[in-house]
Design a binder for this molecule. Structure first.
Ligand SMILES: O=P(O)(O)OC[C@H]1O[C@](O)(COP(=O)(O)O)[C@@H](O)[C@@H]1O
Ligand SMILES: [Mg+2]
Ligand SMILES: [Mg+2]
Length: 352
């Protein structure tokens, strides 16, 4: 069946209008287009599934629970190849220890999680690619780790591509968050929503509940209160989802609200959470804030953190902004927050 492309602006058109004649914006636009081209190739490969070989086959163990898969490596190589066509000085990847130089004099640098949710490759579940575009620093080698230790607030663009039932690109260049969908026949991304807005009050949370016993008390208390539903301080029943692909959780939350948590926990290798600040936390936080949502490490906005190492992990909470703020109130003072008071609970002391 063929669906003629409707008259929607293509990604390139959208970026053309945004960039105008501004040379710095043009560099960002060209970089985003190169990344988008890489992801259309990744999407085409993923669509073959096992017919393309064992894309979920294990490669070397990166430690800390991150087993590298065949598709992690292929996606990484495809992105680097496409970035050669863009004004990009260097690329850092979750899959490589050190950044690599791309084009001398390029005004931007790119950090990528080439394949997010790689534990789902074998299961035909949504997976994704996450990217962050930063200015190339003038004073240091752009292909050094130090070049990437910039606050998320300094990102020029960020986005992810989700390889799901359809392939979608969610992008921000600092002018709201846009949703583009890949037309399966033309292989071009077309604009579907120009201003994505995170719904503020969905009753849904995403967390890996199997880690409950490893969490700090504030996170346990917060989740306990959600689980109490109508009988608890929230006074409503909550639903839970956990896909184990952050892009899938982020996408669902952008479309219908809710909150995602991957907190730090007591397991070895998880004391700073699981997600990577530069490749995952910062781009998702930029997209969330631009869509009216929020993202924090449980205390401070993710975008205000200054990374100290390239592959640094970060506890990550994102989604509807009031929910992100509430988690921070639990973390700051779990025993004293008004929301836990019996006064506010349906079955509390003052219930008639
Ligand atoms: O298996 P867990 O511990 O629930 O972790 C799932 C999380 O790990 C991630 O898969 C990490 O991403 P990678 O696949 O890029 O390593 C997130 O997408 C996801 O939210
Ligand atoms: Mg990831
Ligand atoms: Mg990854």
């Amino acid at each position: 069946m063929t669906h003629a492309p409707q008259a929607r602006p293509l990604l390139e058109d959208y970026l053309d209008v945004w960039a105008g004649t501004d040379a710095s914006r043009r560099a960002v636009a060209d970089t985003v287009v190169a990344l988008a081209r890489a992801t259309t190739e990744i999407a085409a490969l993923i669509a073959f599934g096992p017919l393309a070989g064992d894309l979920g086959a294990a490669r070397v163990d990166k430690g800390g629970g991150d087993a590298q898969k065949e598709l992690d490596v292929i996606a990484d190589q495809l992105i680097l190849r496409h970035l050669n066509d863009a004004p990009v000085a260097a690329m850092a990847s979750e899959e490589a220890d050190e950044p690599v130089a791309v084009k001398a004099g390029g005004p931007v640098i790119v950090a990528v999680d080439p394949l997010d949710g790689s534990s789902n490759i074998d299961t035909n579940t949504a997976i994704g690619t996450i990217f962050s575009v930063l200015p190339a620093p003038a004073d240091i080698d752009p292909a050094s780790a130090d070049a990437f230790l910039q606050r998320g607030r300094d990102q020029l663009a960020a986005g992810y591509v989700i390889y799901g039932p359809n392939t979608s690109l969610v992008l921000t260049v600092g002018a709201g968050t846009q949703l583009f969908v890949l037309h399966p026949e033309t292989r071009r991304f077309a604009l579907v929503t120009e201003r994505v807005a995170v719904p503020p009050d969905a009753r849904e949370f995403a967390i890996n509940m199997s880690n409950y016993r490893h969490w700090d008390e504030p996170i346990r208390l917060y989740i306990d209160d959600l689980l109490k539903g109508q009988e608890g301080p929230r006074d409503v029943d909550y639903n839970m989802r956990w896909v184990a692909s952050m892009v899938a959780e982020a996408h669902r939350i952008l479309i219908r609200g809710g909150v995602y948590l991957y907190p730090s926990d007591a397991r070895r290798g998880y004391t700073a959470g699981r997600l990577r600040l530069i490749y995952e936390g910062n781009p998702i936080a930029f997209l969330m804030e631009q869509a009216g949502g929020g993202a924090s490490n449980g205390a401070e906005p993710i975008l205000d953190l200054v990374p100290t190492t390239l592959h640094q992990r970060v506890p990550l909470v994102f989604g509807s902004s009031e929910k992100v703020r509430r988690v921070a109130r639990y973390v700051a003072a779990p025993e004293s927050i008004a929301e836990r008071s019996p006064l506010f609970a349906k079955r509390g002391l003052f219930r008639p």
